[in-house]
Design a protein around this ligand. Structure first.
Ligand code: NAP
Ligand code: G4F
Length: 374
């Protein structure tokens, strides 16, 4: 064996292995990039779906240190099989039905994936015998504070979940903590406040706003319909937040951490800033369902409230206190400011909508040409 081969073998021996559930999601894709950069062998769990295009991780799929396995949070056998086969040093459990409003329409599925799914992962780790060596990150959420009992919220704030999603995540939080205490397993809950990015799902409020602002600015959409404009969120940048997931699993002892910026803004403020970055100054008039967002220059109505987007119970006052993570993980909550976050999302979407527009223009020209020459 020559020196180069020996070095390669040593590198592979030392290479840490991790499993990421929810690898196709916003966080899963950023975390995969981070862990690959750190030299991990990354194993992602994917669901069988009718379309095989996985946009957020497509650029990683040809690497030989990135592997995908079919599995599902509702299917214990698939999880036992993957964990048994990989023998991971770390598991990041990010898979979830993650949309709060959808959890009112699909409460049973949400509970199966977001609550029972956590139990299935923990038991799979025990059944495959890696419980003393494998560290587990559980994606908990600020939605646990729900109908908030104090502001700001920290690790000691009582939970008051306020949606089927939050109730399911509450089970996930406690079962993770229970396995840590009962079986001495290394399990951490990251209580992450909202984090957004250019990869955020298009039906979450921030991305819905940035995409619509860009379409309106480029003449592709007339109006944006939103729900509760007065809701407060503590919004950070997803790329900054995945680093905390990794940091939590590198500590001597496992614990639960709040990850937040310590700054809150309303949906209305987010929209005002997003429109500002596309060159439109908004002003809001009216109240409740009658509130509207006007273009200050033209007086045109660009935003209206629709009750369709109201939730049976809504969480309206999230503000995190990240002091503990700052002190014990060395986390810098202001890596990306609110303004930088909105700007980077808008810049990304301006470009993607322009490309969409260009493609549509070419398609229309081709159709017109075919019709003329038929
Ligand atoms: P996301 O973009 O919605 O991604 C969710 C991921 O879960 C997707 O990869 C999805 O796969 C997968 N998934 C859903 N059901 C599954 C099932 N039955 N089996 C296997 N995989 C399944 O969510 P995210 O924003 O990245 O959030 C990651 C995690 O953090 C979630 O657990 C979320 O609840 C939690 N969280 C998010 C935030 C936030 O602000 N983003 C804040 C706190 C906590 P498909 O591609 O196949 O649908
Ligand atoms: O963007 P959202 O749908 O995010 P929400 O409900 O805060 O949930 C997200 O963050 C949680 C962390 O706190 C995660 F656990 C969860 O997985 C997810 O990533 O809604 C934010 C706020 C809500 O108060 C909602 O009522 O915006 C309000 N809103 C107003 N109009 C709207 C809309 N939300 C959506 N999705 N669509 C609207 O048109």
């Amino acid at each position: 064996m020559n020196n180069k081969m020996k070095k390669e073998l040593d590198k592979n021996k030392k290479r840490k292995k991790c499993i990421i559930t929810g690898v196709t999601g916003q966080d899963g894709s950023f975390l995969s990039e981070l862990l690959l950069e750190k030299g991990y062998e990354v194993h992602g769990v994917i669901r069988r779906s009718s379309t095989d295009f996985r946009e957020r991780i497509a650029h990683l799929e040809n690497r030989d240190d990135f592997h995908l396995h079919y599995g599902d949070m509702t299917d214990s056998l698939s999880l036992v099989h993957i964990i048994g086969m990989v023998g991971p040093d770390e598991i990041y459990n990010l898979a979830a039905q993650s949309h709060v409003q959808v959890s009112f329409d699909e409460p049973e599925f949400t509970a199966d994936v977001d609550a029972m799914g956590v139990l299935r992962i923990l038991e799979a780790v025990r059944l495959t015998g890696v419980d003393k060596t494998c560290r587990i990150y559980q994606a908990s959420t600020s939605e646990l504070y729900g109908r908030v009992e104090e502001v700001p919220q920290s690790e000691t704030t009582p939970f008051h979940p306020y949606s089927p999603y939050a109730v399911a995540k509450q089970y996930g939080f406690w079962i993770a903590k229970e396995y840590r205490e009962a079986y001495d397993m290394y399990v951490c809950n990251g209580i992450l406040f909202n984090h957004e990015s250019e990869r955020r799902g298009e039906s979450f409020v921030t991305r819905k706003i940035t995409l619509s602002a860009c379409r309106i600015a480029q003449g592709k959409q007339d109006k944006l319909f939103l729900g509760n404009l007065s809701s407060f969120r503590d919004w950070g940048y997803a790329k900054d937040y995945v680093e905390c997931m990794w940091l939590m699993l590198q500590q001597e002892t496992p614990d639960d951490y709040v990850i937040a910026t310590g700054e809150q803004h309303t949906v209305r403020e987010f929209a005002t800033l997003a429109f500002h970055f596309v060159g439109i100054e908004l002003e809001f008039k009216g109240e409740g369902v009658d509130e509207k967002g006007y273009d200050k220059d033209t007086g045109k109505i660009l935003i209206e409230v629709s009750e369709e987007f109201y939730r049976p119970t809504d969480v309206v006052n999230l503000l995190g206190d990240p002091s503990n993570a700052k002190e014990n993980l060395g986390w810098n909550p202001r890596n990306t400011s609110f303004e930088q976050l909105v700007k980077l999302m808008v810049e990304h979407d301006m470009e993607s909508i322009a490309v969409e527009k260009e493609k549509e223009h070419i398609r229309t020209n081709v159709v017109e040409h075919l019709e003329r020459t038929r």
